[in-house]
Design a binder for this molecule. Structure first.
Ligand code: FAD
Ligand code: FES
Ligand code: FES
Length: 479
């Protein structure tokens, strides 16, 4: 195993050997690393929890060995070893060799989109990723690219104007002119497993599933991470020293998606932004939920495996996966097993996963004809917000317009994501009428004892849960 991470920065290879004395830890964030360099202080810390985007950088990764893909990410949530084998691009890299502004920077100047040095570097980096990936973006695409960047003062109008002005055609820029050089550098980097042992921390980054499973058997208390959008907060907010870590972000096999007529299999390590294009059309309820999941910076690193592993009562994909009848694949070195999503969550942040098991994939069956699946998220704002209450509901009607089968999975109503099973039983066989749904809404109150917290009172949650059922009925009943 290798104790050195290597990545590309400023057109050259940077290596950090953790077996030598260094002030850096494996859990040092890319943000803190950059802030320690005199040459990369454009990046800023606003919140250190993925909400403000002041720390946005762009990561370029090899695609098929001969091209790169650019993604905006929050550097405050990225541990240094997650850069291994990639290119890190910061706002300092955007100016051309003669000091000329990048088209995105020039547009921000022309439209007066920048008022302060705090949010602007992050906004520029999000717009740079948009510039590289989307020509002539729609207003919706621009808004989505900026969801993860907060500006408290100018308003977004000039920034949106800058985006349309800059992203008006070709993604060519001086970064493109060095792209093949970067591809060569990235291809020359070692892609092997990492074991970073600093005495106080052991950070494993296996390159294969079998290696990851062997490590999990050996280090059962080790913290597993995929995208680290949840785990990183333990370091940045709780200031915990994580002693043993198994980072799955280097296991390519966990990043694969395969589809058949009857199901889609999504690897636990697939980033949510890569899940989205595969489920559009076929799994609209999941697509709708992922489209408002965090921000682009979050979706570019967060994974489905991580959302399931967190087992939060307000994890957004959980109710909708239950509604689709998804099955979770758990693997250990002894083999794999499948657990239906609704049986996977056992209690507050507790799952059926054994200490030596990893979540390796999720299987989502294609709904049969006549089955409708819907998802709902109630939050204080549409974007970059955690649910107060969420729902993943399924209904299949009998020919006589009575309910054949129904699943009502709720988030935010109990210590775990939970089905309203008594209401489901009440509904089966009944005609799907307003009168039936009114009775069912009253039963929801007996099913859950929600809590009051910063996101909403218990009463708000009860009302929202009832009304989501009504909304579901209004969208699925036939007049
Ligand atoms: C700013 C911000 C916005 C967010 N917005 C949302 C949102 O809108 N909706 C929402 O639901 N969540 C949201 N989250 C929470 C988080 O992004 C999600 O839970 C995400 O899916 C976690 O994925 P990850 O790969 O980053 O997980 P990680 O942080 O890597 O891991 C999360 C947990 O899962 C476990 N785990 C990860 N992978 C595996 C595996 N393969 N096998 C076993 N255990 C595993 C880890 O041990 C850990 O307990 C947000 C977080 C931030 C910081
Ligand atoms: S510092 Fe706010 S998102 Fe990273
Ligand atoms: S211009 Fe920086 S916060 Fe608005």
């Amino acid at each position: 195993m290798n104790s050195t991470i290597s990545f590309v920065l400023d057109g050259g290879i940077v290596s950090i050997d953790f077996s030598r004395k260094t002030l850096l830890r494996p859990t040092t964030t890319v943000l803190n690393y950059l802030r320690s360099l005199p040459t990369h202080r454009g990046v800023k810390e606003g919140c250190a929890e993925g909400d403000c985007g002041a720390c946005t950088v762009v990561i370029a990764e090899l695609v098929s060995g001969n091209a790169v893909r650019y993604r905006a990410v929050d550097s405050c949530l990225l541990f240094l070893p997650m850069l291994h084998g990639k290119q890190l691009i910061t706002v300092e890299n955007l100016k051309g060799p003669g000091g000329e502004l990048h088209p995105v920077q020039a547009a921000m100047v022309q439209t007066h989109g920048s008022q302060c040095g705090y949010c602007t570097p992050g906004i520029i980096m999000s717009l740079f990723a948009l510039y590289k990936n989307t020509s002539h973006p729609s207003r919706e695409e621009i808004d989505d690219a900026l969801t993860g960047n907060l500006c408290r003062c100018t308003g977004y109008k000039p920034i949106i104007e800058a985006a349309s002005q800059a992203c008006n055609g070709s993604p060519e820029d001086h970064i493109s002119s060095i792209e093949q050089h970067v591809v060569r550098l990235l291809n020359s980097l070692p892609g092997d497993s990492l074991e970073l042992n600093t005495g106080e921390q052991r950070y494993f980054r296996p390159a294969s599933i079998s290696e990851a499973l062997a490590l999990k058997r050996r280090y059962q208390e080790a913290i597993v991470l995929c995208g680290a959008t949840d785990i990183a907060l333990r370091v940045t907010k709780n200031h915990e020293l994580l002693r043993e870590i198994i980072d799955l972000s280097g296991v390519d096999k966990l990043k694969t998606i395969s589809e058949t007529e009857s199901l889609i299999r999504i690897g636990a390590g697939v980033r949510l932004s890569d899940v989205l294009p595969h489920i559009k059309g076929k799994f609209p309820a999941l697509h709708e939920m992922l489209a408002v999941f965090g921000s682009q910076q979050i979706r570019n690193i967060a994974t489905l495996g991580g959302n399931l592993g967190t087992a939060s009562p307000i994890g957004d994909t959980l109710p909708v996966l239950i509604a689709y009848g998804a099955r979770i694949i758990l693997e250990s070195i002894d083999g794999e097993r499948e657990v239906p999503a609704h049986r996977f969550f056992k209690g507050y942040r507790q799952t059926d996963r054994g200490n030596d098991e990893l979540i390796t994939a999720v299987l989502i069956p294609t709904p049969a004809p006549g089955v409708t699946v819907k998802s709902y998220k109630v939050s204080k704002r549409k974007d970059l917000d955690i649910s107060t209450v969420s729902g993943g509901f399924t209904i299949a009607m009998n020919e006589n317009d009575s309910v054949g089968a129904v699943t009502l999975a709720y988030g935010g109503m109990a210590e775990r994501v939970k089905r309203a099973e008594r209401v489901e039983q009440f509904l089966v066989g009944k005609r799907w009428t307003r009168d039936t749904v009114d009775q069912a809404m009253r039963l929801i109150d007996d099913e859950f004892v929600p809590i009051s917290d910063v996101r909403g009172s218990a009463e708000l949650r009860r009302v929202a849960a009832r009304n989501l059922l009504l909304k579901f009925w209004s969208e699925t009943h036939h007049q």
